[in-house]
Design a protein around this ligand. Structure first.
Ligand code: OOG
Ligand code: NI
Length: 456
């Protein structure tokens, strides 16, 4: 996928070059071994150089279910629910990713997959048009569908040969097509209602719209992108720069305008025989810097401080500039503890534990408190890398790359529909907190076994 995207979007190749340059410089300079371990995913060789995330936007529950089956074959499963309606998008999303510590170590590739919620489209005609176009398209090859059935019959497994053709067929779903599945007129009509509708409904594939390498220093990478003349997003999304990085910081270069051939006749008006030239903006490049996964309490604090910063920036006279928002975020986050021990003892972030030495604190050695073991140096605590996404940041990334249409700036705020998402997927969503918690618990159990004690 990365090779295909590099060939299709040469700017993405530039991005990879910039990021690996920054990562090579940062890796030697960064001294906190815990940050380093977390940033490298706690494995040698570092998972950093292979790490990517991508995003696709789907149109129907059937597309979502089939994509879920495709990703299940390579060990990616839906984790978490993202309601994007608060940001004015008639979409909701999940993240397909590995769930266990061992599969994350093998490869942490993840995909942010959103799907249309047609009931949130305000204009009836636009909604009907989008649904008509979607009902006519099939983004999966016949061979892919039979390989999925085969995988089901073989308990989720494919042979090497089957796997090779599976990859080739699955790539077709995510490939870019320079010919649209709609007329320019239909495209324009949907774009006016909301640019995301045109992107979702007017094409023959669920084109991957970005691939994101992971950087160790997003500030440096952002500066380097600017210095090379890339048009970058006006600010980095997520928490400010910290000594103890948390969650996810992201920025992107803006989507490129690409030539598209549209069909000559609008939907339902006869067969298309000739083409009309137009263009479309969807594909971009993004970089991310990952920090520690936070607990629900840590997440509440993050959300509160971000809200506080946005409210403060909004209350400034005139329109809040990106710099003003950055300043307010930096100010608000002074209230977020920036020390690993405090983050751990206040249960704001998740950690795994590793035996560091066999010597145990004095006293009852059959059952020892975790904190005593850490203080004594018997075990080390390492923050767990955040493996998910952030809905507000995702909305910021969407917005900066879609441009705004007539009504897209007015939110279509609606309650979450996790049930609808699970019905589309045909499986339950995993809860990311449960996954982080079990990584933490398993590491403590491993320490217990190794030290021959009970940890309380
Ligand atoms: C997805 C944007 C979300 C992220 O990194 O938060 C995302 C999209 O534009 O389709 O990829
Ligand atoms: Ni992204």
């Amino acid at each position: 996928m990365s090779a295909m995207y590099k060939a299709e979007v040469p700017l993405y190749g530039d991005l990879i070059r910039i990021v690996s340059g920054v990562n090579t410089c940062t890796r030697t300079g960064d001294l906190d071994p815990r940050v380093l371990a977390m940033r490298h995913g706690n494995v040698a060789p570092s998972r950093l150089d292979v790490e990517r995330h991508g995003a696709i936007r789907l149109g129907t529950p059937h597309e979502m279910r089939t994509v879920r089956r495709v990703f299940a074959v390579i060990g990616l499963h839906p984790v978490g629910y993202y309601n994007l309606s608060a940001a004015g998008l008639p979409m909701h999303a999940t993240c397909f990713r590995p769930r266990s510590a061992s599969s994350l170590r093998q490869n942490p590739f993840r995909v942010f997959a959103s799907v249309l919620r047609p009931e949130l489209i305000r204009d009836d005609a636009a909604s009907a048009l989008a649904l008509t176009l979607l009902s006519k398209r099939n983004i999966f090859t016949a061979e892919l569908m039979s390989l999925l059935d085969l995988a089901d019959r073989q308990r989720g497994r494919l042979t090497v040969d089957q796997g090779t053709s599976f990859i080739m067929q699955a790539m077709e779903t995510f490939r870019w097509h320079a010919t649209a599945a709609s007329s320019l007129q239909d495209y324009t009509c949907l774009k006016e209602e909301h640019p995301v509708l045109a992107d979702v409904a007017c094409f023959r594939s669920a084109h991957i719209n970005h691939l994101t390498p992971r950087t160790l220093d997003i500030g440096a990478a952002q500066e380097k992108m600017k210095a090379e003349g890339l048009k970058v997003k006006d600010r980095i999304e997520g928490p400010p720069e910290r000594a103890c990085p948390i969650l996810l910081r992201q920025t992107s270069f803006l989507a490129i305008e690409e030539p598209i051939q549209f069909t000559a006749s609008p939907s339902g008006k006869g067969r298309a025989s000739s083409f009309v030239r137009g263009s479309h903006r969807a594909r971009f490049g993004e970089i991310e810097e990952r920090g520690a996964a936070v607990t629900p309490a840590g997440r509440r604090l993050y959300d509160e401080l971000l809200d506080e910063a946005m409210a403060a920036a909004d209350s400034c006279p005139g329109r809040a500039t990106p710099e003003e928002l950055d300043r307010q975020v930096e100010l608000a986050f002074r209230k977020y503890p920036d020390d690993w021990t405090v983050l751990r003892t206040r249960r704001l972030a998740y950690f795994t534990y590793q035996v560091a030495g066999k010597s145990l604190p004095d006293g009852n050695t059959s059952s020892v408190a975790l904190e005593d073991l850490v203080r004594h140096g018997s075990v080390n605590a390492t923050p767990i890398t955040y493996e998910d996404f952030l809905p507000l940041s995702a909305a910021g990334i969407f917005r900066s790359n879609l441009g705004t249409g007539a009504s897209s700036s007015q939110p279509v705020e609606a309650p979450s529909d996790e049930i609808g998402m699970q019905e589309a997927l045909g499986v339950e969503l995993s809860n990311s907190d449960e996954l982080y918690k079990s990584m933490e618990r398993e590491s403590i159990e491993a320490c217990e076994a190794e030290l021959g004690i009970r940890i309380v």
